[in-house]
Design a protein around this ligand. Structure first.
Ligand code: XMP
Length: 330
């Protein structure tokens, strides 16, 4: 078997833009996976993001129950995400799915940690640890599947970032890699995902950082403030969906910073957090512009967030482009 790192996108490969091309790609990958894996087992960290979801769906088609998916809930996922992963993969695609709710582990480790890079390190490190623990409980796994895509390879070739996925697993966990979307660009992964029958809100999902809502709860994460981020984000996503903005705006989310201001509710003084709305457009995330919402939608969002989200008494809109402001707050 050739080394997987030898597999490169052919220069003359046609861009996958149609269901027919996607189907041909899927059939080819299914045959290759069957040949590579035989009757052995494959492990996959399934985050619910586009890439790992498409990899899971291709592998399920190829080897069914020989694929073991592990979905780690680090407690920093958006509202409804773990439930959707379970519904789509366990209930609908009959996947062999292990769901690990590691919320307490992550939040306990993060308690009191204010430095953004330290937070990222803890989240990344703990993720590997939880995943490795689950892997050790399983017998006979010889392969590790990953959602590496072509831009990841190009960036690691150019020295921009290390080839991200396998990075970090303990050295004794020596798996052979399976990377069925390795030669695809992101738009092609989406076309393939659609052809595999994955739901639109998974296939056309906006970018979401690995450290999740953790970077949208600036400073030391507390459960109550994290919940305010999660609930306000769910309202924003629901309203963007209803108003036809979900597929149009690149990225949109809420942030709940760690300070309080005075307000008044039902004739009583409140002392609560503000909720910041950020909605941006970009092509390459190096430079971003702000999506301007209608006054009517802003009024509606303010109204819903202050009345439905405990702990919020003000809503602010971030009108800052990048540069100078990055997309995320940490
Ligand atoms: P910034 O904040 O750097 O974000 O302007 C650019 C894009 O990258 C995403 N982002 C991350 N993604 N891990 C990720 O997987 C991270 O730590 C991370 N930080 C930022 C961000 O959401 C935006 O799309």
């Amino acid at each position: 078997m050739a080394d997987i790192t030898d597999i490169r996108r052919p220069d003359d490969m046609e861009r996958i833009t149609t269901p027919e091309l996607a189907k041909a790609f899927i059939d080819e990958q299914v045959a290759l996976i069957k040949e590579q894996v035989g009757d052995k087992k494959v492990l996959l960290a399934l985050s619910g993001g586009v890439d790992s979801s498409v990899v899971a769906a291709i592998l399920i088609k190829a080897i069914g129950q020989q694929l073991v998916c592990v979905h780690v809930n680090h407690g920093l996922l958006r509202k409804g995400e773990p439930e959707q992963v379970i519904k789509v993969f366990r209930d609908e695609l009959n996947a062999n799915l292990i769901y690990v709710d590691a919320t307490d582990r992550f939040l306990d480790k993060l308690a009191g940690v204010t430095d953004p890079e330290q937070k990222r390190k803890i989240i990344g490190g703990e993720f590997i640890e939880v995943f490795a623990e689950e892997a050790r409980k399983l017998d006979g796994i010889e392969f590790l599947a990953q959602g590496t895509i072509w831009p990841d390879i190009l960036e690691s070739d150019a020295g921009i970032k290390a080839h991200h996925n396998a990075g970090g697993l303990p050295e004794d966990m020596n798996f052979e890699l399976v990377e069925p979307v390795r030669i695809l660009f992101k738009d092609e992964v989406r076309v393939v995902g659609k052809e595999l029958g994955l739901p639109d809100n998974m296939v056309y999902r906006q970018p979401f950082p690995g450290p999740g809502l953790g970077v949208r709860c600036p400073g030391a994460i507390t459960r109550d403030r994290l919940e305010a981020v999660r609930e306000s984000d769910a309202i924003l996503r629901e309203e963007f969906e209803k108003n036809g903005l979900a597929g149009k705006v690149w990225q949109y989310f809420t942030v709940v910073p760690d300070f309080k201001s005075t307000g008044v509710k039902d004739g009583k003084r409140t002392f609560d957090w503000p909720c910041i709305i950020r909605a941006i457009n970009t092509t390459d995330v190096m430079e971003v512009t702000v999506e301007h919402l209608s006054d009517e939608l802003i009024d509606h969002l303010v109204n819903r967030i202050i009345s439905e989200v405990p702990g919020i008494n003000r809503v602010l809109f971030d009108y800052t482009p990048k540069p100078p402001a990055t997309v995320e707050y940490e």
